[in-house]
Design a protein around this ligand. Sequence first.
Ligand code: MG
Length: 357
Amino acid sequence: MFRVILHLDMDAFYASVEQRDDPALRGQPVIVGSPPTQRGVVCAASYEARKFGVRSAMPSATAGRLCPSGIFVRPRMDRYREESRAIMRIVAATGAVIEQMSIDEAYADVSALCQGPDADASLLQAMPLARKLKEQIRAERQLTATIGVAANKLLAKIASDHQKPDGLTLIAERDKVQFLRPLPVRILFGVGKVTEQVLQRAGVRTVGDLQDYAGDLRALVGSFGPKLKQFAFGEDDRPLELGDDIKSISGEETFLKDTDDRKILRACLREQAADIATRLKRRRLGAHTVQVKVRYGDFKTLTRQISVEEPLTEANDIYRMGCVLLSRGKLVSRPLRLLGLGVSNLREPGAQQLPLF
Ligand SMILES: [Mg+2]
């Protein structure tokens, strides 16, 4: 499968939310942060304020000097978080697998939705999807987003940084090496101030310099060297970090009337298994462990689980394991008040387990 990754980055997020919520701020140099008379810093600045050189993390007093017409607004973090959730819901509704990087930034893996005959054809298929996503965010949230499209996280992020605000940039596999050449090394993931200085002292300023560098980068940047060389050529196999929030997926149902009717119980398991399989597919995961949970009329609750070597992805398989657990544990010895089915121990199916050294 060809990888297709979007990097979505909201434009001047805090300031844009403020400008949206208060029409009087639109088109104005808005500075989100403490007022310049107080000791404090700038949290964010609108594009109008950035023209004056105002940047986030700058002391408010400096920002006030640079931009005397600046309108200072106190940050409303709760409001931004709420907005962030609404935007991420829109992204998730595309069916993408999401790694949220910050309040206004996320990677979305849309590989499953965009497969063409080759890598670049697959990337091209993501363009209508990205356009639609931008339009939807504009229509539903009255905010603009910039999206980068590429075959990996490194390039998708570079693509979204390339043209802002309201941008949409695709870096094709065919063009990536040339695209990166003129850019400063600083844009590569893992190159901070210190590494940048080390590289500059060795005469390496652009990514092109890095591509051409004949010496051993290890001598300059240690064990990061080989990875850095790969990044310079636009290669990056870092997976999306899906976080700890999806250690398991489960569903349960409480019956209107306690039941031991096998037909009803099987139908219930079947439905839960189908739901679980859909959610696994969306995240491109398989499950090594299946669990059933039963509760009787007296609220006594039992769980039984089973683990398998090959990750399960199909509803039918998950359903079958559920049935096995119910009958093997003789759990339906009396009517059930509740029946639940869940999976855990989630992995990417087919992904080789790394040997533990
Ligand atoms: Mg942003």
